[in-house]
Design a protein around this ligand. Structure first.
Ligand SMILES: CC(C)(COP(=O)(O)OP(=O)(O)OC[C@H]1O[C@@H](n2cnc3c(N)ncnc32)[C@H](O)[C@@H]1OP(=O)(O)O)[C@@H](O)C(=O)NCCC(=O)NCCS
Length: 181
């Protein structure tokens, strides 16, 4: 078993692995369940692009887990040196390699990579419905900081401002509320 930087010719394979792995634990798939394909693209197309974004943030920050010469999984990372924080946007294993401790090894590798580069903290996100992620990240030393809600609007539907004519005069004008936080 070895963990090494990814090679450019492996990117299509990693994209396929990512899309397969994120089935059921993907925000883009949740969007598709509500809205269908968006702008002619399905969730798989959008999810695969995340790897391009990760590589754009750090072309040397994607690491592949190789077992017996086979790509078993990968982890993506980028580093905010000014803030001292390392980020892990994506992590995936081929189905046959899950549940054997390799996910933990990839995370520990990324955390060591950040330490070696002088960072002091690491950040990772997961969906509430991702039971493995929630368990694994805590057991790797991550502490739960905040929960987030992802909202998506279909812009062809009527918006709140279009219907604001119907608001009665004694209601406060829109925009008067304090910032949420
Ligand atoms: C998430 C993923 C990378 C983890 O890799 P892995 O090799 O399967 O994980 P590990 O074997 O190292 O650890 C899994 C841990 O979760 C636990 N676990 C397994 N199924 C679980 C479940 N349903 N609920 C809670 N914990 C569970 C295991 O017991 C193990 O914990 P332990 O080491 O304390 O016993 C891999 O499962 C995967 O590719 N999943 C699909 C893609 C994904 O979810 N990516 C992360 C998005 S944030």
């Amino acid at each position: 078993m070895k963990i090494r930087p990814s090679r450019s010719e492996e990117i299509p394979t990693l994209k396929r692995m990512m899309v397969e792995a994120f089935e059921g634990v993907c925000i883009d798939q949740g969007m598709e369940a509500l809205f269908g394909p968006i702008h002619g693209h399905d969730w798989r197309w959008r999810k695969a692009r995340h790897l391009d974004w990760d590589l754009a943030k750090d072309p040397n920050g994607v690491f592949v887990l190789e077992i017996d010469g086979q790509i078993a999984g990968f982890i993506t990372t980028w580093q905010d040196h000014e803030a001292g924080i390392g980020h892990i946007p994506n992590l995936a294993l081929a189905p046959e390699f899950r549940g054997q401790g390799y996910g933990r090894k990839l995370i520990e590798f990324a955390m060591d990579h950040f330490r070696r580069n002088g960072l002091t903290h690491a950040k990772i996100e997961t969906l509430v419905q991702n039971a493995v992620g929630r368990h694994l990240y805590k057991s790797c030393g991550f502490r739960e900081v905040a929960w987030q809600i992802h909202f998506v609007a279909d812009l062809s539907e009527q918006t709140a401002s279009e219907s604001s004519d119907e608001v009665s005069a004694d209601e406060p004008p829109t925009g008067s509320a304090p910032p949420a936080g």
